[in-house]
Write a protein that binds this ligand. Structure first.
Ligand code: GLN
Length: 496
C-alpha cells in the first residue's frame, strides 16, 4: 500500500488518523523498502535510519496521548517521510552538495525550510543526490554516484535534483525538497513523472541552502500530486529574517482547491516554446494537454515571449558570475578539508590550490572560470552588464503577457524540457547540449516567477516504453495559488 504510485500524503494522513498503522510501522517499512530499492537507483547519499525510527516512536507516543479532536488538528505533514536534497542544511548531518570539497562537512544549523518542516513534525528519511553544487541537468555530475531513472535504469533522472525526484517517483518517499536555479526541480520532475514546484523568487527562504546563484535559487517541493506539493509548499513558504530577499505574502489559503476559480484563469501558450529540434512526443503530449483544457471550455490563446531565444546565453553569464563568487568560500580550510591530502609544509596559497583542484569537479570549475572571466574588468560591461539588461527584457516579455485585463493571460502553459529522459552518458561530455536541456525552464528563474511541473498523462501509464513527460504552468510572481489550483484541476478533472 505505502509503495504504490497513488499512495499520497493525504492517504497517509487518513491512515494515521484512523489508526490503520502506527508511524513506527510505516517508517520502518519505508526504510526497509528504500534500502532495497535504492541499491539500483542511487537516489540517496545518506539515510537517517536510526534518527527516523526514533522520531517515529516519539511521535507515536504523542499520538497516543491525544484525543481524537486533537489528532485531527495535527499538521497535515505530521510524521510524513520526506527526502531532502543534499544542498540543504540539516543540523548535525553531513551536507555535501555532492562535492568532494564538502565531503566531510557537518551542518551546524538548520536551513529555515528544515526548521519549518521540523515544526510540522515531518520525518526526514535522508539526503538525496544531485549534480555537484546543483550544476547540471542529469545528476551525472555528482562527485559520489550516479542516480538512475526508475522507469529505465539506463536513463538519467534529470537534474540537478535527480535524487529527490527519484525518491518520490520510486515511492521511496512521499515528498521531497529540491532547489531550482534554472530548472533543477521541474526538469527532473518531468523525467521521472512526478509533480515539482519552483516557487516565486522570495517565496521561500534560501537561508541554509548552499548557494549556487543567489538571484535565481529557490527551494521547492516534489510530491506525487499537486495537492501534496501545495501542502509542502505552504509549510516552507514565508518571510524570514535570515533571508533579506524573502517577501511577506499571505500563504494561508494557497493549498485550497477551488475548481470554479481555476476555470476562470486565462491560459497563454507561447509560440517560442515549440522549437525546432524538440522531441515530437514531447510536443504532442503538451499539445494534448492544451486540447484538453480547450475542450473543457478554457480560454486559451497563443502568446509571444520574443526574447526567449536569449535566455540560455543570458543565464550562462549571470549564473557563473554569481556562482564564482559563492564558491570562493570553499577553500579547503573552512567547512572541511578534503581528506587524505598531504598538506603539511605547503604555503597557504598552495594549500588552497591543492584542496580546490582535488575537491572541485569539472563542471563547477568550468563555471568558476567563466564567472571570473565575465566579471573581470574590461569584460564586465560586454558580458555581465549586458546579460542583466537582457534579463530585464525577458522579464518585460512576461509582464506584457501577464497584464491584467482583456488582453492578458493569467497562466502560461508550456513544455518543461525539449526531451524526455536521455541515456546515461549521452550528454555528460557535452556541456552545451546539457545547457540546452534548460531552454524552457530558465526564463521563469530569470524573471522570478513561479512554475509548476506536472505529468501530462496519468502516471499509472508511465513505463520503460512510455517514459514520463511533464508540462509546466508558469504564473505571476507570488501567484502560486493560481498554478496550483489549475494544476490540480487538470490532475483531477481532465487527465485520463
Ligand atoms: N541545469 C541547470 C544548470 O546546470 C539548472 C541548475 C539548477 O537549477 N540548479 O545550471
Amino acid at each position: 500500500m505505502f509503495f504504490e504510485r497513488n499512495f499520497t500524503i493525504e492517504k497517509y494522513r487518513q491512515g494515521i488518523l484512523k489508526r490503520e498503522f502506527s508511524l513506527t510501522q510505516a517508517i520502518e517499512a519505508f526504510f526497509d523498502y528504500l534500502k532495497e530499492k535504492d541499491k539500483d537507483l542511487g537516489a540517496f547519499l545518506e539515510i537517517f535510519e536510526s534518527a527516523g525510527k526514533n522520531q517515529a516512536r516519539v511521535l507515536d507516543k504523542k499520538l497516543s496521548q491525544l484525543s481524537e479532536k486533537e489528532r485531527a488538528n495535527l499538521s497535515p505533514l505530521f510524521g510524513v517521510p520526506l527526502a531532502i536534497k543534499d544542498n540543504i542544511l540539516i543540523a548535525g548531518f553531513k551536507t555535501t552538495a555532492a562535492s568532494k570539497i564538502l565531503a566531510n562537512y557537518i551542518a551546524s544549523y538548520d536551513a529555515t525550510v528544515i526548521k519549518k518542516l521540523k515544526k510540522e513534525e515531518v520525518i526526514f528519511l535522508g539526503k538525496t543526490n544531485l549534480d555537484e553544487f546543483a550544476m547540471g541537468a542529469s545528476t551525472e555530475y555528482s562527485a559520489f554516484k550516479k542516480t538512475r531513472n526508475p522507469y529505465d535504469l539506463s536513463k538519467v533522472p534529470g537534474g540537478s535534483s535527480g535524487g529527490s525526484a527519484v525518491a518520490v517517483a520510486a515511492n521511496m518517499a512521499l515528498g521531497a525538497l529540491g532547489s531550482d536555479t534554472g530548472g533543477s526541480i521541474r526538469q527532473p520532475a518531468s523525467f521521472c513523472g512526478v509533480v515539482g514546484l519552483k516557487p516565486s523568487y522570495g517565496a521561500v527562504s534560501r537561508y541554509g541552502l548552499i548557494a549556487l546563484a543567489s538571484s535565481l535559487d529557490q527551494i521547492g517541493p516534489f510530491a506525487k500530486t499537486v495537492a501534496d506539493v501545495a501542502l509542502i509548499f505552504k509549510a516552507i513558504a514565508g518571510f524570514d529574517d535570515f533571508d533579506s530577499t524573502s517577501v511577506k505574502v499571505d500563504w494561508s489559503r494557497v493549498d485550497e482547491y477551488e475548481p470554479s476559480a481555476a476555470k476562470k484563469l486565462k491560459i497563454g501558450v507561447p509560440k517560442e516554446y515549440f522549437v525546432e529540434g524538440m522531441e515530437e512526443e514531447v510536443k504532442e503530449a503538451v499539445m494534448k494537454v492544451v486540447e484538453k483544457f480547450k475542450a473543457d471550455g478554457f480560454e486559451i490563446k497563443e502568446i509571444s515571449l520574443p526574447h526567449t531565444q536569449y535566455a540560455v546565453s543570458c543565464y550562462y553569464i549571470i549564473l557563473p558570475a554569481e556562482a564564482s563568487a559563492n564558491l570562493a568560500r570553499y577553500d579547503g580550510l573552512r567547512y572541511s578539508p578534503v581528506a587524505e591530502l598531504k598538506t603539511e609544509n605547503l604555503s597557504l596559497w598552495d594549500y588552497y590550490l591543492k584542496q580546490r583542484s582535488v575537491g572541485i569537479g569539472d563542471e563547477p570549475r568550468r563555471r568558476i572560470l567563466l564567472g571570473n572571466f565575465v566579471l573581470s574588468s574590461g569584460y564586465y560591461d560586454a558580458y555581465y552588464a549586458k546579460a542583466q539588461k537582457v534579463r530585464r527584457l525577458i522579464l518585460n516579455d512576461f509582464e506584457n503577457v501577464f497584464q491584467k485585463g482583456k488582453d492578458g493571460v493569467d497562466v502560461i502553459l508550456a513544455p518543461v524540457s525539449p526531451t524526455k529522459a536521455f541515456e546515461i552518458g549521452a550528454k555528460a561530455d557535452d556541456p552545451l547540449a546539457m545547457y540546452l536541456a534548460d531552454i524552457f525552464t530558465i526564463p521563469a528563474n530569470l524573471a522570478g516567477l513561479c512554475a509548476l511541473s506536472l505529468p501530462a498523462e496519468n502516471p499509472q501509464n508511465f513505463s520503460k516504453e512510455n517514459m514520463p513527460v511533464n508540462f509546466q504552468l508558469i504564473g505571476r510572481r507570488f501567484e502560486e495559488k493560481n498554478i496550483l489550483n489549475l494544476g490540480r484541476y487538470f490532475e483531477e478533472e481532465l487527465r485520463d
